[in-house]
Write a protein that binds this ligand. Structure first.
Ligand SMILES: [Zn+2]
Length: 273
């Protein structure tokens, strides 16, 4: 219910600015507004979030724990069904707020809602990652993407398709833990993060793996670069392969945890049918 409300508010916020622009540029405003287009199912809405359950992957750190859900009232006994949950902030499809790695930055509850809606782009490095689990997005990869699809729009929410989504239900494979305990999965590099955040003003950086830093990273440079610029990360994005390289809008609706460093998020892509 809460998520529906958040999404509805997001959609109205987005629609207002789009409608303003359309009214200025289009004499014929008899066409459907984006809100009506969604209601009339003229566009597709793709859910990019994994469900939360006891199997949901989370960052394998000390004191992190699996998601649990307990029934606290039943229809039979109490006339109402109700449950209580326990979870780390950084589990499943979630946002990393700017205060996660940098001081004096906003918590998840303080992120400007306008930063949670933006044009989406997908950069596909699944072929490179197929033969190198430690692969990191290079500047050259970004250049080739822009050569083929045009300049990444300023303020985009960038998603990285590493192909790792296919390992989601195999936790060992998803983490890529070796015999020494080191993790191996692909993600951004410092150079690519710096370019996207500073030269393309990305609103946020998302990925289909556990972290916006690669598994082999020890210093979490990409987290620092992103959070120091008051930008956020999105991790464990689902179904990224269903998205085109560009031409869609992303809506990120995280739980509003006061002083939280992140939290589970419903992430939706809206694109033409
Ligand atoms: Zn996180």
């Amino acid at each position: 219910m809460k998520y529906q409300l958040i999404l509805t508010l997001c959609l109205f916020t987005a629609a207002d600015s789009v409608v303003d622009t359309q009214q200025q540029t289009r004499a014929d405003d008899s066409q459907a507004t984006p809100i009506e287009a969604i209601a009339d199912e003229q566009v597709q809405v793709i859910d990019l979030s994994y469900p939360l359950n006891s199997q949901t992957n989370f960052w394998p750190g000390d004191k992190y724990e699996p998601f649990t859900l307990e029934t606290i009232a039943t229809l039979e006994k109490d006339g109402v069904l109700s449950k209580a949950m326990r979870l780390p902030e950084h589990i499943g499809t979630h946002i990393d707020a700017p205060n996660h790695f940098e001081p004096n930055q906003p918590s998840v509850a303080e992120i400007n809602p306008q930063d949670l809606i933006g044009p989406g782009v997908v950069i596909d490095i699944s072929a490179q990652a197929e033969t190198d689990a430690d692969y990191g997005l290079s500047l050259k990869d970004i250049q080739s993407w822009e050569h083929e699809h045009g300049r990444i729009p300023d303020g985009a929410i960038v998603l990285l398709n590493t192909g790792w989504g296919r390992f989601w239900s195999q936790p060992e494979r998803f983490q890529g833990r070796d015999v020494t305990g080191k993790l191996h999965f692909p993600s951004y590099t410092q150079e690519s993060a710096r370019f996207l955040i500073h030269d393309r003003k990305a609103r946020g950086l998302g990925v289909d793996t556990l972290s916006i830093d690669r598994g082999i990273s020890k210093k979490f440079e990409v987290h620092h670069i992103t959070n120091a610029a008051t930008r956020y990360g999105l991790e464990n994005i689902a179904h990224i392969e269903r998205l085109p390289p560009r031409g869609f809008t992303l809506f990120v609706a995280p739980m509003k945890i006061e002083n939280g460093t992140g939290g589970p998020a419903r992430v939706f892509a809206i694109l033409p049918k």
